[in-house]
Design a protein around this ligand. Structure first.
Ligand SMILES: O=P(O)(O)OC[C@H]1O[C@](O)(CO)[C@@H](O)[C@@H]1O
Length: 551
């Protein structure tokens, strides 16, 4: 089967899109408020629970007939066939000629995933076992620094080599009983300097995380860290105080990190899909191998659900297709991700790379321009903080922004006061976004508060909420390692589903290259070693202004 769409397949997708669009006017003729009033079974019809994770998509401008048309589109775009290709290790990342097998990273012993005929699962488990042994020794102090047991671990990486482990480590803080974890990503020297300021080199371990081991931010920060160790403890301490995670083992070796401190992975793991690989080592050091394996098991459970559940009972498929409806039929260009969980503070940042680096594409697999708008702008912040910042725009701004609300029924903390309030706020927001408040209702409330009718008339438009604003709610019991694994894998697969509908390569990232190339050219100009005269007038003017300000 070819990864690239044939003319017949493209026509089938175009027809399915046309059929889908025919539902728009009917659906839009009613508000969600009216739809809920007309159908007491709406929640049952438009929500889905699988293994304790509930997706409520009933608060979308959608109905069952539109969902059927969405699933027809999923079939026309061959989501099932492409899913099978991914699971079979086919090279569906066509521009890099690579398989896409992050699912193999969470495979259980005895399962088999093949790349070019080679079963990669034993390789995955060999690295996982080596990571576990290393983590156990670091956590117990059997592997120690010059000053004894490691108290702090600093992960140096960027993009997928930072966002995943940083987000997961924070999300799993109730399970954190290992050394303190720090994450340095930005090439801005402030990041590493502020991080190292309070650390003791004698008890600090650095993990250099880079798939390619060439990324300039990471290599620069690793060099600074190396110098910090050498200055404090001498050159011979480097071996004890560094470990690395990479696919480029030769480059790690050249940096001076021994092979028994190097944890490898493979080119079929995309950077933004790598938290399950050796890149997850800082997570494992923090929460221990057992919890890390529970995290993998959660993702694996979602993989099996995605692979086996029929499309209409499939969480990633439904989440993805509702997103397609909002993006391509209703035309919303953005999507907010709003976890009602403070420990998911970095979840939106993580998803930004996950979704936007994957589906921020403008050509299809064969290089022709896309026929539909692709990935939305993804952004967000935990509730309830966001409520006191940008929700004003969500409720009364001119552009509706679909949002995913994510919440656990239970908290790790014993005190229910906070969790009850958190849950009430989460539900209140989705209800308010759906129902809104009419001008008549606003006016009646003002009168009931004792405002004179003229004052009520004046204020009512400001207190009117249009409502009819789409949200999904994702509900689970508790954010434990298993559930977090499921949640992340849910989003990975929804990105896959949408990328399949749009016919794009969700697994390359050429869009980040041009800036990298130009930065390399501009560096000698910033350093004053080359003239910037040949650049465009703005860039040349800025280089000159920087030089003047630095003089
Ligand atoms: O792990 P590496 O090779 O240092 O790359 C870091 C990040 O850079 C990118 O290639 C984008 O610049 C991401 O896809 C990747 O996660």
């Amino acid at each position: 089967m070819s990864a690239v769409r044939t003319a017949a397949a493209a026509a089938a997708v175009a027809n399915a899109f046309a059929a889908l669009r025919s539902h728009k006017d009917r659906v839009e003729a009613q508000s969600m408020r009216q739809m809920f009033a007309a159908d007491p079974q709406r929640f049952q019809r438009l929500s889905l629970s699988a293994d304790g994770m509930l997706l409520d998509y009933s608060k979308n401008r959608i109905d069952t007939a539109a969902v059927v048309a969405l699933l027809d589109l999923a079939r026309a775009a061959d989501v099932e066939g492409r899913r099978a290709m991914m699971f079979a290790g086919d090279k569906i990342n066509v521009t890099e000629n690579r398989a896409v097998l992050h699912i193999a990273l969470r495979a259980q012993p005895g399962e088999s995933y093949k790349v070019d005929g080679h079963d990669v699962v034993p390789d995955v488990h060999a690295v996982l076992d080596a990571m576990s042994a290393f983590s156990d020794k670091v956590r117990s102090g059997a592997i120690a620094g010059k000053g004894g047991k490691f108290t702090d671990v600093v992960n140096i990486g960027i993009g997928g080599s930072d966002l995943g482990p940083a987000m997961v480590t924070r999300a799993l803080s109730p399970y954190h009983d290992g050394p303190r974890a720090h994450f340095v990503s930005n090439v801005d020297g402030a990041h590493i300097h502020d991080t190292l300021k309070d650390l003791d080199p004698a008890t600090t371990m650095f993990l250099v995380a880079s798939k390619t081991f060439t990324t300039v931010e990471t290599m620069t920060n690793a060099g600074t860290a190396r110098q910090w160790i050498v200055e404090a403890l001498g050159e011979e301490a480097v071996g004890d105080h560094f470990a690395a995670m990479s696919t480029a083992l030769d480059k790690v070796n050249a940096f001076g990190i021994a092979s028994d401190r190097t944890f490898g992975f493979w080119d079929w793991v995309g950077g933004r899909y790598s938290v399950w690989s050796a890149i997850g080592l800082p997570v494992m050091l923090a929460v221990g191998p057992e919890n890390f394996r529970a995290f993998l098991a959660g993702a694996h459970a979602m993989d099996l659900h995605f692979r086996d559940a029929p499309l209409d009972r499939n969480l990633p498929v439904l989440l993805g297709m509702v997103g397609v409806w909002n993006r391509n039929v209703l035309g919303f260009p953005a999507k907010a991700v709003l976890p009602y969980d403070q420990r998911l503070l970095r979840f939106a940042a993580y998803l930004q790379q996950q979704d936007m680096e994957s589906n921020g594409k403008r050509v299809m697999l064969d290089g022709s321009p896309v026929t539909q708008p692709t990935g939305p702008l993804v952004w967000g912040e935990p509730g309830t903080n966001g409520q006191h910042a940008f929700y004003q725009l969500l409720h009364q701004g001119t552009d509706p922004i679909p949002a995913d609300f994510i919440v656990g029924a239970r908290a790790h903390e014993k005190d229910d006061v906070h969790q009850h309030l958190l849950l009430a706020n989460c539900l209140a927001q989705t209800e308010a976004l759906m129902k809104g408040r009419t001008t008549e209702e606003a006016r009646a409330e003002l009168i009931a508060e004792g405002k004179p009718p003229t004052e009520a008339d004046r204020l009512a438009p400001h207190k009117t909420f249009p409502g009819n604003r789409p949200t999904n709610t994702i509900l689970y019991q508790l954010l434990d390692p298993f559930t977090l694994g499921r949640l992340i894998a849910l989003y990975e697969h929804q990105v896959f589903v949408q990328g399949t509908i749009w016919g794009i390569d969700s697994f390359d990232q050429w869009g980040v290259e041009l800036g990298k190339q130009l930065a390399k050219e501009l560096l000698p100009m910033i350093e004053g070693k080359e003239s910037a005269d040949k650049r465009d007038a703005s860039t040349a003017g800025l280089v000159a202004a920087i030089a003047a300000l630095r003089a």
